[in-house]
Design a protein around this ligand. Structure first.
Ligand code: HEC
Length: 109
């Protein structure tokens, strides 16, 4: 039995690391953000994340505002096409996940 406990501890460590999402772009894929947004503006349904980063990076309240936008959706910042709230026809996004996504997006510029 004691022999077994070491591999199990190693496995749960791997699980914790992957839950922290070392790769935010993967998180964006999992949350289906990239259905509408591209990272570098290659597809057109919603503004690319690089352009969004250029508009907001360095602005003091950008992180908090964009976290709210990701959770609740919104319209009118880029045009008349609305962004639906998280959890509507796609995976829900926690506050921590939204923060991680925003920090990644804002660093893209
Ligand atoms: C169904 C299409 C769609 C999906 C899916 C989507 N978005 Fe959006 N997103 C939009 C549209 C459209 C806008 C522009 C809305 C506007 O003009 O206010 C937008 C705007 C944004 C903005 C800029 C907000 C602002 O205030 O300027 C951010 C940041 C963003 N999205 C992040 C995300 C993230 C992160 C995800 C995944 C969790 C995601 N989006 C999923 C369509 C989408």
């Amino acid at each position: 039995m004691t022999k077994l406990s070491i591999p199990i501890a190693a496995l749960s460590f791997v699980a914790v690391v992957s839950a922290a999402h070392a790769d935010p772009q993967k998180l964006a894929e999992e949350k289906q953000c990239l259905i509408c947004h591209s990272v570098d503006n290659k597809i057109g349904r919603a503004t690319g994340f690089k352009t969004i980063a250029q508009k907001y990076s360095g602005k003091a309240d950008a992180e908090a505002n964009l976290v709210q936008m990701i959770k609740k959706g919104g319209v009118g910042h880029w045009g008349y096409v609305p962004m639906p709230p998280a959890g509507w026809k796609r995976p829900d996004v926690s506050e921590a996940e939204a923060k991680e996504l925003v920090d990644w997006i804002l660093a893209l510029h």
